[in-house]
Design a protein around this ligand. Structure first.
Ligand SMILES: Nc1ncnc2c1ncn2[C@@H]1O[C@H](COP(=O)(O)OP(=O)(O)O)[C@@H](O)[C@H]1O
Ligand SMILES: [Mg+2]
Length: 247
């Protein structure tokens, strides 16, 4: 992946550092602590699924990784480097790319203009467009259409294309399924599965566990600001059915 860590090469024999690592991370909104010591590892090239019911702290965890929220304790590491306190701009420079909850597109810009935003990181527009329209031919047909006038699924395709245009070191996907019909949700996760096969590191949060377990390498169950179980998706699936209904 593209992030170069100052400690990379420090010990050539060492295994590759995880692209994202949270160690004992705590975070609060005002006086209310909502992350109560989160440990999480996203190895390079793997898909980690954060699961659990609403309010568990999934989005807050994503915000920590993308530099949108400060920690009150603990450490955030990107590719082995301690970057605790990083800003969102710095995180994006280090290759953290997130599609936030809701739609990660500018509704009043066209498809093309949305893709143009991804070129801020240096990839030429023509290249971003070609990659997007090859992956999602529908977007090519609608290149001059306002993003806000497309269906939810098409908007998520655009959000994904925009994210991929930046060649992210890690892709953060928060509730990709939100507001989408079940059939579209499984199509979206088929695409995410393809991205995973291409070797992109992915951290995703999802209430509807069933759709993401098949593509996840590791699943973590989050409840009340803590990760209460982590491991093989099949084992966590069992945990889910006994802890709460995963949809
Ligand atoms: N902007 C906010 N201000 C205050 N509390 C918040 C805010 N966002 C989230 N919370 C609270 O933080 C907790 C974790 O929320 P969140 O990270 O959004 O969980 P999830 O994504 O798993 O649903 C919840 O109790 C929620 O009410
Ligand atoms: Mg959330």
């Amino acid at each position: 992946m593209t992030v170069t860590s100052p400690v990379a090469g420090h010990d050539a024999a060492a295994p590759e550092e995880p692209v994202v690592e949270l160690v004992g991370v705590r975070a609060a909104y005002g006086a209310i602590e909502v992350l109560k010591g989160v440990d999480l590892v996203v190895p390079v090239g793997s898909v980690v699924a954060l699961l659990g019911p609403n309010g568990g702290g999934k989005t807050t965890t994503m915000k920590i990784v993308s530099g949108l929220m400060p920690t009150t304790a603990g450490e955030l590491r990107l590719s082995g480097r301690n970057v605790t306190g990083i800003t969102a701009t710095e995180a994006s420079r280090l290759g953290v790319c997130s599609i936030p909850e809701g739609r990660g597109v500018f509704a009043n810009l066209t498809v093309r203009e949305n893709l143009w935003v991804a070129t801020g990181t240096g990839t030429p527009l023509a290249e971003v467009e070609e990659a997007a329209y090859t992956r999602f031919p529908k977007l090519g047909d609608r290149r001059n259409q306002l993003a806000g006038s497309m269906s939810g699924g098409e908007q998520q395709m655009l959000a994904l294309s925009r994210a991929l245009g930046t060649s992210p070191a890690v892709l953060l996907l928060d509730e990709l399924s939100m507001g989408l019909a079940p059939m579209i949700v499984s199509q979206m996760y088929d695409i995410v599965g393809q991205l995973a096969e291409e070797g992109i590191s992915i951290l995703l949060a999802e209430q509807f566990a069933r759709v993401v377990l098949p593509i996840a390498d590791t699943a973590a169950l989050m409840l009340g600001g803590r990760i209460v179980a982590v491991g093989d998706p099949a084992d966590i699936e069992h945990e889910l059915s006994t802890t709460y209904l995963g949809g």
